[in-house]
Design a protein around this ligand. Sequence first.
Ligand SMILES: [Zn+2]
Length: 90
Amino acid sequence: MNTSASRGTDVPTITTQRKNPSMCQHQPPCPTAESADREAALLAAHHPEQGWSLLCNGVLLFEDTGELLPNGEIIAPHRPLGTSQVMTAA
Ligand SMILES: [Zn+2]
C-alpha cells in the first residue's frame, strides 16, 4: 500500500509530446498520420469551441480543414468546393 502524493491531474495537452500516438484500439485500426486516409481516423478529442479536433492517429484537424501532423508537418486547408457561398433562402 503506497498511497504517495500523486495528485497531479492528468490533463491531456496537445502541445506536449505526442510522438507515439499509436494507442489505437479501434477495429479496424485507424489509418496512420502518414496515410493519405488519415482523416478517416476516429476522433480522440473534439473541441469545436477552439476549432480543432484530435484524431486517434495524432493528427490535429482544424475546422478550416487544415491539419497538423504529429511530426509537425502542416497540411494547408482544403475546403471542399461548393461551400464558399452559403445562402439561406428566406
Ligand atoms: Zn483509432
